[in-house]
Design a protein around this ligand. Structure first.
Ligand SMILES: *Cc1c(COP(=O)(O)O)cnc(C)c1O
Length: 369
């Protein structure tokens, strides 16, 4: 049996160190916004080459607080890829802003910079880009368009810790950028956790208040804030795992290279990685008989996943908004997105997998008729 992922096995090399850190944190008696959160924030900012990092409760909260920090007026439009994980779109909706969905480039699965310009209206205020599956977006092109139209850029880096565009880490291009440390991500906590990264110190200060009831000084609430704090235990765990992130990424890149070299061209593979522009959170392939292929693999002991079986526009949550007249865009307007959701399949690519495991997956795939 080749599993798709196994979090216990994934974290096993860190068990002893995680247990020591947990014990120290427990015995310290300080559980919220203490030295471990501040320490991890500094370490992660340094790793990325960014000025500020603010730990929050989840990736979704990181997206919400990033957008909230700009105080866009009601009815503002935010451009977002149609094939993202729904969290990116939910953040826009939670702030009563209007998501304007855009088709991805079917080669990279990332937002197509050529499509962005067509969607800009006088109400557009921001572009949310998603480095989907671990592949860095063309940030040069995106920042150019944003600059020309004076739009803010928010990067959703939930799947792309460590990925680079032109030698610079993702999460350092946009105005305010969101990370998730959900346990399955390339840098995963042992529970929910997220962070916001920005080089704008005024914005960082505002977000530090927003995550803590709008308060910098205890019992002084300057704005309508949230309670969304990274906790000391998760921060301690993340500090244990961060020094191993580059190793995790290079292992995944080696596995991806095996697929790239040996997997039959009948399967539509991601375009080959160029240096660190893809950290392979996921290794997606496309095949017209995806469901039959998935069953074939499972019969032969190989587990796969689908990211994602239903596109955000087809979700009941968004259909309700459409019925209420709050969302104009319909699934049938997005043929590329539809095709991706119908044909995509995620193959095993985890630190728990060996090269021999991946060769076995490739052999079974290549024998599919
Ligand atoms: C995981 C993920 C999120 C949400 O992160 P959570 O920590 O689960 O809230 C947001 N966007 C993308 C692209 C993700 O993959």
């Amino acid at each position: 049996m080749i599993e798709y992922e196994n979090l216990a096995r994934l974290n096993e090399p860190f068990f002893a160190h995680l247990e020591t850190e947990a014990s120290t944190a427990i015995r310290s008696g300080w559980y919220i916004l203490g030295s471990r959160v501040a320490g991890f924030e500094q370490e992660f900012a340094d790793y990325l080459g960014a000025e500020n990092c603010i730990g929050v409760a989840s990736g979704l909260d990181a997206l919400i607080l990033s957008l909230r920090a700009f105080d866009f007026e009601y009815g503002s439009e935010v451009i977002v890829p149609a094939n993202t994980y729904i969290a990116t779109i939910l953040a826009i909706l939670h702030l009563n802003l209007t998501p304007i969905l855009v088709e991805p480039d079917p080669g990279t699965y990332n937002i197509d910079p050529n499509q962005i310009a067509k969607c800009i209206t006088p109400k557009t205020r921001a572009i949310m880009v998603v480095h989907l599956y671990g592949k860095a977006c063309n940030m040069t092109g995106i920042m150019q368009i944003a600059g020309k139209h004076q739009l803010k850029v928010i990067e959703d880096c939930a799947q792309a810790h460590g990925a680079e565009h032109s030698g610079k880490k993702v999460g350092t291009f946009g105005d305010c950028n969101a990370f998730s440390f959900y346990p399955t991500k390339n840098l995963g906590a042992l529970g929910d956790a997220g962070a916001i990264v920005t080089n704008n110190s005024a914005l960082a200060e505002k977000i530090r208040k927003l995550r803590n009831y709008g308060s910098a000084v205890k019992y002084h609430n300057e704005m309508v804030g949230y309670n969304s704090r990274l906790d000391e235990l998760q921060a301690a765990f993340l500090s244990v795992k961060l020094p191993h992130l580059d190793k995790i990424v290079s292992h995944k890149q080696e596995l991806a290279l095996l697929y790239e070299k040996h997997l039959d061209i009948r399967f539509k593979k991601p375009i080959p990685a160029n240096a660190l522009d893809n950290v392979f959170h996921i290794y997606p392939i496309r095949h017209p008989a995806r469901d039959r292929l998935r069953a074939y693999l499972l019969e032969r002991g190989i587990k796969t996943e689908v990211h994602y079986p239903i596109s955000p526009l087809e979700q009941p949550a968004l259909a309700q908004l459409r019925q209420a007249g709050k969302l104009k865009q319909r699934p049938e307007d997005f043929p590329i997105t539809q095709e991706i959701h119908q044909t995509i399949l995620s193959l095993p690519i985890s630190p728990i997998h060996t090269q021999a495991n991946i060769i076995q997956v490739i052999d079974v795939l290549n024998s599919f008729l």
